[in-house]
Ligand binder design. Structure first.
Ligand code: F6R
Length: 608
């Protein structure tokens, strides 16, 4: 997730200060590097570097770029670490075309190879750089800039919002989108584009939405939209944005957490897009290792538990999951040069996880990591890493990072399984196909279940404690449901493997005690029904998250949240966790807390 802003202003105006101000409003979308380009007649000038906006500005004075047309970008790295060369804008061989991009171009390696064989010289390790070079290539074939851009974008596979400026047409900005967001702003003879309304809200409240598969041409004559496929013109009336600047950043959601819960359909698609070659590198190291440990904290630890189970089931790998702060006590003595440590951390800066990794490195272990922040300390300590591609997570309570971590870990387990031949190729292919169904299922929950979940939260408001129970791969889901709920609502919550609950926890149950069951229709179904009956018989108020049409559990429960379709067991945590994230969110709001900033917690825990 990156932030983009572009503007075409009146002759004589200067775009640079406006771009700077817009990037400030967009910084929440990414902040590991920043860059601007402006066009002044036949002069294209780029200023960019790694670091946050104000650091880069202090170094280069972003505001003195000349010209009325320009584009800015604040980056959340996906391809290529956040260093100068990989910062946007990226240019063609002759520095006549500059491009910024938000998203992932999946087939960039093929295009890059093709262009390199034609003599194009690449300066970065980004996927984005293929765009200016391909446009350049089409220009040399005699196409107009608009046609060259359209043809280029039609060759891209993946998710993108792309904005291009060029000295070829110095008063024009071209932009296009597929999956990644991009909106147009209509001023008084001035035109803007941005990743969201926040980008241009102080400049205009008139906006035009760009749909998937469309491009736009912005110049002093107006903003023209056309279909990428066939250049057919599209007529669309502007809408008026009434949001205040703060809610524009949250895209109309009341809190970042709610926005991030809603982003999960997209962040999962992005997580599933990571190239297979990274998984193959991981798999090789895991298969060669004599021991494997997974280390993480909090929510990432719960994702690790799912990952460990998947590795066992799909690949016959025994990966011991250790809470990072306990690693030196619990596992370090067992670590040696043939060990593999898989560290999972959204921020890549959690001190406990880094300490475990440093200790293991000192003993010669190979460090693999799953992380969401390129350039983080964890990335630098890792032998190989996989980027979750979830985009910045601002709400302190982790939501979209959790689901994308699980998606990465399931793909990893299936890759190891495939390479080891533990599970049939057919089974693995099926599992991978099911993973791709998850974003749509999550979207359905978000579209249809919110009111129901809010009502359940209201009914839980008076509870002095709440319990979460699950079995198998959904023990971690129950643990995660409980962590979300207690950290946001401050209600003491408990989570257990459902079967273990009768060995102690059941003593707490009295009339009306809320017990939440994570109960998909998988191989644990029969046994969890037994656990539900045990709780019900003692007066528990049973709330079950079930597969649609599961009459057996519905009849035993006081409330249910139904999940649309049947899924393979290993995939269920990705979907079944969403109602629990929403429950925690609404309970926090009902109690008058701020779910984005729960008390005593920090987004990145950089102390031991
Ligand atoms: C809970 C939460 C924390 C983090 C934990 C690890 O909602 O966000 O438990 O999961 O602090 O953080 P990372 O993944 O950044 O290492």
């Amino acid at each position: 997730m990156c932030g983009i802003f572009g503007c075409v202003l009146h002759d004589g105006s200067q775009a640079a200060p406006l771009i700077h101000a817009a990037l400030k409003r967009l910084e929440y979308r990414g902040y590991d590097s920043v860059g601007e380009v402006t066009i002044d007649g036949d002069k294209l000038t780029v200023k960019k570097d790694s670091g946050r906006l104000e650091e880069v500005h202090a170094k280069y004075d972003l505001d003195d770029l000349p010209g009325p047309v320009g584009v800015g970008h604040t980056r959340w790295a996906t391809h290529g670490r956040p260093v100068y060369e990989n910062s946007h804008p990226l240019v063609d061989c002759k520095s006549r075309i500059a491009v910024v991009h938000n998203g992932i171009i999946q087939n960039y390696l093929d295009i890059k190879r093709e262009l390199e064989s034609k003599g194009h010289h690449f300066q970065s390790r980004t996927d984005t750089e293929v765009v200016p070079h391909l446009v350049e290539d089409y220009l040399t074939q005699g196409m107009s800039l608009e046609e060259a851009f359209r043809k280029t974008v039609n060759r891209l596979e993946g998710a993108y919002a792309i904005v291009l400026t060029s000295t070829e047409q110095p008063k024009t900005i071209l932009c296009a989108r597929q999956e990644s967001p991009l909106v147009l702003g209509i001023g008084e003879g001035e035109y803007y584009c941005g990743s969201d309304f926040a980008a241009f809200l102080p400049l205009t409240r008139k906006a035009v939405l760009l749909d998937e598969g469309e491009m736009a041409v912005l110049n002093p004559n107006g903003a023209r939209i056309l279909k990428l496929k066939n250049a057919a013109p599209v007529k669309r009336d502007p809408i008026t944005i009434t949001w205040d600047p703060e809610s524009a950043k949250k895209q109309g959601f009341k809190h970042f957490m709610l926005k991030e819960i809603h982003e999960q359909a997209q962040s999962l698609r992005d997580a599933l897009r990571t190239e297979q070659l990274y998984y193959d590198q991981f798999a090789k190291k895991i298969i060669e290792a004599d021991k494997m440990f997974i280390v993480a904290c909090g929510t990432s630890y719960h994702a690790g538990l799912v990952g460990s189970l998947a590795l066992a089931k799909l690949a016959g790998i025994n990966a011991r999951v250790v809470v990072a702060s306990e690693f030196s006590e619990e596992a370090l003595d067992l670590v040696g040069p043939k060990s593999v440590i898989l560290a999972i951390s959204q921020s890549g800066e959690t001190m406990d996880t880094l300490n475990a990794v440093r200790d293991a490195r000192a003993k010669g272990a190979t460090i693999l990591s799953v992380l969401n922040v390129l350039g983080s300390t964890l990335m630098r300590l890792s032998t190989v890493y996989i980027d979750q591609n979830a985009g910045p997570e601002i709400g302190v309570a982790s939501t979209k990072a959790f689901t994308s971590q699980i998606a990465v870990l399931l793909r990893l387990a299936s890759t190891v399984g495939r390479r080891k031949g533990e599970v049939s190729a057919k089974e693995i292919t099926e599992l991978e196909a099911e993973l791709h169904r998850v974003p749509a299922l999550i979207q359905t929950i978000l579209n249809t279940k919110i009111d129901e979940i809010r009502r359940i939260a209201e009914e839980c408001d008076a509870a002095s404690s709440i319990c979460f129970l699950g079995r198998g791969v959904n023990v971690p889901t129950a643990l995660e449901g409980r962590l979300k709920l207690l950290e946001l609502s401050y209600v003491p919550a408990i989570a257990y493997p459902a079967g273990e609950s009768k060995h102690g926890f059941i003593a707490l149950i009295e009339e009306g005690f809320p017990v939440i069951f994570v109960a998909p229709k998988d191989e644990t179904h029969k046994r969890i029904i037994g656990n539900i009956m045990e709780m019900k018989a003692r007066g528990a108020r049973v709330i079950s998250i079930i597969e649609e049409g599961d009459e057996e559990i519905r009849n035993l429960s006081d409330r249910v949240v139904e999940i649309g379709e049947s899924l393979p067991s290993l995939v269920t945590p990705l979907v079944y966790v969403v109602p629990m994230q929403l429950l925690a969110y609404y309970l926090s709001v009902i109690k008058g807390h701020d779910p984005d900033y729960p008390r005593n917690l920090a987004k990145s825990v950089t102390v031991e």
